[in-house]
Design a protein around this ligand. Structure first.
Ligand code: NDP
Length: 396
């Protein structure tokens, strides 16, 4: 029996082999593992050995690799285990549709949107780590969760913090939400210094241990930009109610300000397991083996205004929020495309923001989405224009 919720819960982890996925499995193990939870499906992409080991260890019903070319390898790795195996988009869909009552959405990028929507539509509680669901599909995604009847529980540490600080009875008195940002490894760099950085240096985060995409997004502050858009949809606030403050220690995970001047903050060690545990046991709090804050040792907490000249991603997020409609989807798709080009050393670090801005401006007249198909169409067009912008830059 689960020590926290007192009911066995059936779980699926989309993206179990990533940073969030492995931390989720650690939290599950801390809370009783197979005695407390039944794992229905685990999904990964290229890390077949880890996926197979996770599936065996947890006794998962189904293991899915998103990469169809890895199907045989996964099948071989799980032979004799009793775990079903599937691959590709249909495999992810199958995983999402198993009747788990809690689904961790931790696939990186837009690839996470379709399976998370499928899980939401059938009424699962969605623990949302994947940012792209909200950034790209926005209100359509929120509505899909609402229509399905499940709950949407944020996992991103900033949004989890705000979720924890928000008092539903005081929503009328909510004035602002304040997202904290570490500033990443280049917080003190000039633009000239940033122009020469590589993906290897950009992925080394000072406080958090995370996947490649989010680490580089932290360095460019595109991660914070996506979080601003995510926050708008999650908490139904106006763009002018969303603030960003740089807080290099990553101890204050975010804050909520009320009309009486009060600010409520959530603090903790930079460890995603706290937010994951909260999402897993909400509205309870689990007992977790994570590092406790020692305030005497910490001694100080620093805050500084973000520099939107050195980090234009924040300005671009405000533009996307002001324009509304599908600009979030456009920004996200252009950023994913530019990120890949940067990692593959086809463009420089500062080129990423230029390319995103070019694509956003090119598609500034794009309207709102009526259906998810509109989101995918905007995503496709933004990727196409981003590739054009990258090619133009390389030939210049
Ligand atoms: P990782 O890169 O560590 O893991 C990504 C997961 O998605 C892996 O399981 C990976 O499989 C899988 N995956 C990769 N490509 C595809 C694809 N095309 N189709 C299906 N699955 C795929 O990412 P993180 O765990 O860091 O982040 C996951 C999400 O959570 C992101 O959206 C991120 O922004 C968000 N997030 C992460 C935080 C963190 O601390 N890491 C904090 C807050 C939010 P494989 O490994 O087998 O290739």
């Amino acid at each position: 029996m689960n020590p926290v919720t007192e009911v066995p819960r059936r779980l699926t982890i989309l993206g179990s082999t990533g940073s969030i996925g492995t931390n989720t499995l650690d939290v599950i193990a801390q809370l009783g593992g197979r005695d407390s939870f039944e794992i229905l499906a685990l999904t990964g992409n290229g890390n077949i050995d880890l996926l197979a080991a996770q599936a065996r260890a947890t006794g998962a019903r189904l293991a899915v690799t998103a990469d169809e070319s890895q199907y045989i390898a996964l099948k071989d790795a799980l032979s004799g285990s009793g775990v079903d195996v599937a691959a590709g988009r249909t495999g992810l869909d199958e995983a999402a549709r198993l009747d788990a009552d809690w689904v961790m959405a931790a696939i990186v990028g837009t690839a996470g949107l379709a399976p998370t929507l499928a899980a939401a539509a059938r009424g699962a509680d969605i623990a949302l780590a994947n940012k792209e669901c909200l950034v790209s599909a926005g209100d359509l995604f929120v509505q899909a969760v609402r229509d399905g009847g499940g709950r949407l529980i944020p996992v991103d540490s900033e949004h989890s913090a705000i979720f924890q600080c928000l008092d539903d009875h005081q929503r009328h008195a909510l004035e602002r939400i304040v997202l904290t940002a570490s500033g990443g490894p280049f917080r003190a760099f000039s633009r000239e210094q940033m122009a020469g950085v590589t993906a290897h240096t950009a992925r080394t985060h000072p406080n958090w241990s995370m996947g490649l995409k989010i680490s580089i997004g932290s360095a460019s502050m595109f991660n914070k930009a996506l979080e601003m858009i995510e926050a708008k949809h999650l908490f139904d606030v106006r763009p002018d109610q969303i603030e960003v403050i740089v807080h290099p220690q990553s101890i204050v995970h975010s804050m909520v300000g009320y009309t009486d001047g009060s600010v409520i903050a959530q603090l903790g060690s930079p460890d995603m397991r706290t937010a994951i545990g909260y999402a897993l046991t909400y509205p309870q709090r689990p007992s977790l083996n994570v590092e406790r804050l020692d305030f005497a040792k910490l001694a100080r907490l620093d805050f500084e205004a973000p520099d939107e000249v050195r980090f234009p991603a924040l300005r671009l997020a405000r533009t996307a929020l002001t324009r509304g409609g599908l600009q979030g989807a456009v920004m996200n798709a252009a950023e994913e495309t530019a990120f890949t080009a940067f990692v593959e050393e086809r463009i420089g670090f500062l080129d990423m923001a230029d390319i995103v801005e070019t694509v956003m401006d090119g598609l500034c007249g794009i309207g709102a989405a009526s259906t998810i198909a509109d989101v995918f169409a905007a995503d496709d067009e933004a990727r196409r224009q981003a590739l054009d912008a990258i090619a133009t830059r390389r030939s210049a």
